[in-house]
Design a protein around this ligand. Structure first.
Ligand code: AMP
Ligand code: MN
Ligand code: MN
Ligand code: MN
Length: 276
């Protein structure tokens, strides 16, 4: 049978639109054979996903996407093949969950000053107990016709430096890698080209990541071009990082990103799942 990995996606436990069970079922329909659900700063969807994976005969890899800050910049680090019950991990992500709620209130206050009222109540209802992210605010702005696309919500309000942007100090990069390793997992840099780093900042970041015990980097994500894949492979080779693949699927409404729809991993690189 053809193996198909997808090691990065989201459910209603954070800013995805499908429940963990629905994500697993859709992944199965798309031919995924090994899946990791990686919600932002929470493991709440893990049990449901694992149970559903058994029912759908999919190999399930427990995961999380953790928000970190390094040198005043935000980076998303995936923890793959973690033990979701791990006490260190669980107690530490609680502070990120509180931080997300506090930040959401601050974003809503800023929106209110821009004549966009009631955003906090709306995103709390929308998230329905899941982690609130800027994606929820973008959806709220779109649904209430403050913007005409999700991208416009980021360009006008939510993006870095825009009117409703709230600068946040997430968990320390080194600490996060430590928690992931403590939980028996592999730390992986998510979407390395989305941070818009200069070459020299990228080198500094990857050295710090590697020195702190990071082991992998995403080579292929939902919308990577051939050129982006080549660039990421070069980083992986330079820093001896294993290669991960993940769609970063959030919702079927985004027709450009689908579970399991990923370019194949080249032969000249070590797949991250060899470390599991
Ligand atoms: P947060 O972690 O709360 O800052 O929110 C980040 C989430 O917002 C990402 O995981 C995406 O789901 C979404 N997001 C960030 N930037 C964009 C963008 N430019 N367009 C659409 N969605 C975005
Ligand atoms: Mn997201
Ligand atoms: Mn991310
Ligand atoms: Mn993601």
């Amino acid at each position: 049978m053809n193996e198909k990995y997808d090691l990065h996606c989201h459910s209603t436990a954070s800013d995805g639109s499908l429940s963990p069970k629905e994500v697993v079922e859709r992944a199965h329909q798309q031919g995924v054979t090994s899946l990791a659900l990686t919600d932002h700063d929470t493991i709440n969807g893990q049990q449901e996903a694992a149970e559903s994976a058994v029912a759908n005969n999919i190999n399930y890899i427990p995961g999380i996407e953790i928000s970190t800050t390094w040198e005043n910049k935000c980076f998303h680090i995936l923890g793959l093949n973690i033990d979701p019950q791990n006490a260190t991990l669980n107690s530490n992500i609680k502070s990120l969950q509180l931080l997300r709620t506090e930040r959401a209130k601050k974003i809503a206050l800023k929106l209110e000053k821009r004549r966009v009222p009631n955003a906090y109540e709306a995103v709390v209802t929308m998230a329905n107990g899941g982690m609130i992210t800027r994606a929820h605010f973008a959806k709220f702005l779109l649904e209430n016709s403050y913007v005409s696309t999700q991208q416009q919500a980021f360009d006008r309000y939510l993006g870095k430096g825009k009117t409703a942007f709230v600068s946040t100090i997430w968990a320390d990069l080194h600490d996060v890698i430590h928690w992931i390793n403590q939980a028996g997992g592999v730390a992986v840099v998510a979407h390395p080209l989305r941070y818009k780093l200069t070459a020299s900042w990228m080198r500094r970041f990857l050295s710090a990541f590697k020195d702190a015990g990071g082991q992998g980097i995403e080579i292929i994500t939902g919308r990577s071009s051939a050129d982006e894949i080549r660039k990421s492979i070069t980083f992986a080779h330079q820093y001896q990082l294993a290669a991960s693949v993940g769609s970063d699927f959030h919702t079927p409404e985004n027709q450009w990103v689908e579970l399991g729809r990923l370019a194949p991993l080249p032969d000249n690189i070590q797949p991250v799942w060899e470390l599991f």
